[in-house]
Ligand binder design. Sequence first.
Ligand SMILES: [Zn+2]
Ligand SMILES: [Zn+2]
Length: 80
Amino acid sequence: MAWVCQICNGMASYVVKCSDCGEQMEARGAIQDYFDDYSPYLSRDITKKADGVEHNRCVHLFYCVGCASDKRVTINEILM
Ligand SMILES: [Zn+2]
Ligand SMILES: [Zn+2]
């Protein structure tokens, strides 16, 4: 048994609408994959979560092409 993120494993897709313009946001992957680019901008709190302090959560980055903003969405992992 292990905690699995369904989005990371391609078992489910997650649709997020931009709260500013209503455009469907593009999934850009788990935040861990972007650590090299984003870590300077992350708050200490988010960095701690992404480091796996809570093992049943996976933080994903979504990007809006409509207004070029991005958003972090916390995905609950499932036990498999
Ligand atoms: Zn994930
Ligand atoms: Zn937008």
